[in-house]
Design a protein around this ligand. Structure first.
Ligand SMILES: [Zn+2]
Ligand SMILES: [Zn+2]
Length: 171
C-alpha cells in the first residue's frame, strides 16, 4: 500500500518517494500483463482547503504480451502527471493512494501492445512466429478481384486510337 502520513503534511506540503511490491497492481490473473518489479513513486501532498492534493509520478516495470506474436516483452508504464484530490476528513491519519496509483498505471497499458514496431506476428496458417523466420506456407489465397477484368481493359497496349501519320506498315 502507498500510504502517506497526514501528520507529516506541513505548510509547504510533504514529499514522499519509494517503492512498493508489484503485487500492488493485482495482475496475478491477468492474461496479457504481469508485474515485473516494484512500483516506484514520487509524490507531493499539499493541503488545499478541505482537500489533500496529491501529485507526482509513478511507474512500474511490466511484462506485456505482444498482440501480434503473443510473446511477453519487458516495458515500463509511467504516469508522469499523477493528480488526485482527497477529502481530508475521510483519512484521519493515513492517506492511501494505492487504488488510484494502480488504476492510473493500468490505464497506461496499451490496448494492443507490440513487442516492437515491426513485429511480424504469427503465421495465420501454421502459427509460426514470423519474427524468427519465414515458415514456408503459401501466402493466403485471394479470390479473383472484381477489378481484374477492368485492369485488362485499361492496361492492354494497343487499345488506344492510332496516331495519325506514324503508322508502321499498315497502309
Ligand atoms: Zn511481437
Ligand atoms: Zn506458416
Amino acid at each position: 500500500m502507498i500510504r502517506i502520513e497526514t501528520s507529516q503534511i506541513g505548510e509547504n506540503g510533504y514529499s514522499v518517494s519509494g517503492e512498493e511490491p508489484g503485487e500492488l497492481l493485482e495482475l496475478e490473473r491477468d492474461p496479457v500483463a504481469r508485474s515485473d518489479g516494484p512500483v516506484r513513486y514520487e509524490l507531493t501532498v499539499e493541503l488545499g482547503g478541505q482537500e489533500l492534493v496529491v501529485r507526482g509520478q509513478v511507474e512500474a516495470p511490466l511484462r506485456l504480451r505482444c498482440s501480434r506474436c503473443a510473446q511477453f516483452f519487458s516495458t515500463t508504464v509511467r504516469v508522469s502527471s499523477f493528480l488526485h484530490a482527497y477529502e481530508w476528513a475521510e483519512h484521519p491519519e493515513f492517506l492511501d493512494v494505492s487504488a488510484d496509483v494502480r488504476e492510473d498505471l493500468l490505464l497506461e497499458i496499451p490496448g494492443f501492445p507490440l513487442c516492437h514496431d515491426g513485429c511480424k506476428g504469427l503465421c495465420a496458417q501454421c502459427g509460426q512466429d514470423l519474427n524468427e523466420g519465414p515458415c514456408g506456407c503459401a501466402p493466403p489465397e485471394r479470390g479473383p478481384s472484381p477489378w481484374s477484368a477492368l485492369d485488362k481493359l485499361v492496361a492492354t497496349p494497343g487499345s488506344r486510337p492510332p496516331k495519325d501519320g506514324h503508322g508502321r506498315g499498315r497502309k
